[in-house]
Design a protein around this ligand. Structure first.
Ligand SMILES: *Cc1c(COP(=O)(O)O)cnc(C)c1O
Length: 482
């Protein structure tokens, strides 16, 4: 008994009393306050030769240290360093958010730690998760018999959809050798990973030709399907991008959907970056036909500005998702009628999971949907503004008119030979990154190095875009004169 009491004394440190809780919270909220007050002016990119190495000088030890010391370590070695994706002047890869209201949801989800995997354990948590999924499904235009899952991100969501598509078509063993998947060179690499993890390396992959706007050529898709079927193969899966990561291009979803349904393929839309633009009328017009898909991926941690770890997969026919992931397939027939809500554990790889729904639901409840619709429409218009501005700046050439909120462009140096444009643009990007006030990235299209501006942070407004344009123009002029 004494031993137990001694252990209890130490173990009780795990449960702080009211005074310590208040103190800890105070420090953390102060830290957050300072962070949020400075984020508008802090650089979008900071490099430091130590790369935060002094974190390692404070190893995990038997005894804890004070909260102010811990927060100092975090500030100095984590938050002051690297790419700042919470900056409104971050226009790199795919910008992100981290809504304050969502952080409050995370705080509550961690404190109450509801078991959101199973309806029986927390009917309320599962209702919240399914409610936000149904909300997204209705915005996409899916029928009420669809189902989905809040995943950790787009990669896992794509994997989930591909497994459902695999099982729905019985693409296993030898059958996989004849199954054909249709993608383009703009398809996100996580689709390849998903096929690999799903045991489908043997499938045939057709990279369908793209048009001048980097969109899948629907006619070429249909020709390939017909030719493959004639050759005795089994056209199985058409993957369209609703906002390709590289160029932002949205494939012709309506035409692809029509072709997929005519020829009996599973139609999957990867809308991790762009799918949620259906929330604004301008986006909805571009994404026409997204509702025809059999499965769709959306990333609320991209285009709903939520913290990382929030992806979504929706499958038109809930039975297909359920059959692929529920553990006891035998009693499946009637379970769909008997339960109020399907459990995430029966629709995904996960059993015990983070109650992600709370960080989606809380901001939507507190703010309503209107600010999200406005922010997405604003992002599209900012991208168009950026495009027009760059296009009319002497020396710059632009790619296609942006479908959503990504612009590709490059500078054509006057003095250099045309072949040197790649090198010049690479140096231009480096000079801008070194400056650090804004962050842009580059990519390759048609074998050429191009600069890329992705406008998706909810903190990016006209002022930030104007500053970015100013920096890009100045740096190009400086380099040209060197
Ligand atoms: C970001 C992205 C992914 C991968 O999603 P993660 O959330 O990073 O796992 C997949 N497809 C597209 C089009 C994306 O933009």
């Amino acid at each position: 008994m004494n031993e137990i009491r001694e252990l209890e004394k130490i173990a009780r440190l795990l449960e702080p009393d009211a005074v310590s809780r208040q103190q800890l919270l105070h420090h953390v909220t102060e830290y957050a306050r300072r962070y949020l007050e400075t984020v508008a002016h802090s650089p979008a990119y900071v490099t430091r030769s130590d790369n935060g190495r002094s974190l390692l000088d404070s190893p995990i030890a038997e005894e804890g240290i004070a909260i102010d010391k811990v927060l100092a370590l975090l500030e100095e070695n984590v938050d002051a360093l690297g790419v700042n994706l919470t900056s409104g002047r971050y226009l790199g890869y795919i910008p992100a958010g981290g809504l304050f209201h969502a952080a409050l949801g995370d705080y509550l989800a961690a404190i109450t730690n509801r078991y959101a995997g199973l309806f029986f354990c927390s009917p309320g948590a599962v209702r919240i998760e399914n409610m936000v999924l149904r909300w997204m499904a209705s915005e996409i235009g899916y029928p009420s018999a669809s189902a989905g899952n809040l995943t950790s991100g787009g990669s896992l969501a794509n994997l989930t959809a591909i497994v459902a598509a695999r099982d729905a078509f019985g693409i296993h063993g030898e059958a996989a050798r004849k199954a054909v998947v249709y993608v383009t060179e703009q398809t996100h690499h996580c689709v390849d990973k998903a096929l690999h993890v799903a045991g489908l390396d043997h499938c045939l992959k057709r990279r369908v030709r793209i048009d001048a706007n980097y969109r899948m050529d629907a006619e070429a898709l249909e020709q390939a399907i017909v030719a493959d079927r004639k050759a005795g193969l089994k056209p199985w899966l058409a993957v369209a991008s609703a906002g390709a990561t590289n160029t932002g291009a949205v494939d012709a979803l309506s035409s692809i959907g029509h072709i997929a349904s005519t020829h009996g393929l599973w139609f999957h839309v990867d809308g991790a970056y762009g799918g949620l633009f259906v929330l604004c009328p301008e986006g909805k017009a571009v994404l026409q036909g997204i509702h025809q898909s059999d499965s769709v991926v959306l990333d609320p941690h991209k285009s709903l500005f939520l913290p990382y770890g929030t992806g979504t997969v929706l499958v038109r026919d809930q039975q297909k998702l359920y059959s692929a992931f529920n553990a006891e397939a035998d009693y499946m027939e009637n379970i769909l009628d008997e339960v109020d809500e399907l459990s995430p554990a029966d629709l995904s790889l996960e059993l015990t999971k983070h109650f992600r729904g709370l960080r989606v639901w809380l901001p939507l409840k507190l703010l309503g949907v209107a600010p999200f619709r406005a922010a997405l429409a604003e992002r599209m218009k900012l991208a168009r503004y950026f495009y027009e501005q760059i296009k009319s700046t002497p020396g710059f050439e632009v790619g296609p008119y942006p479908d959503l909120s990504i612009v590709v462009y490059r500078y054509l140096p006057k003095r250099a030979k045309r072949d040197d444009a790649d090198e010049f643009n690479h140096r231009l990007m480096q000079a801008i990154q070194k400056d650090g006030r804004i962050f842009i990235s580059s990519t390759r299209v048609d074998g050429k190095l191009v600069l890329r501006a992705a406008i998706l942070s909810y903190r990016t407004h006209l002022d930030e875009v104007a500053e970015a344009l100013d920096i890009i123009r100045r740096k190009a002029r400086q380099l040209e004169q060197e």
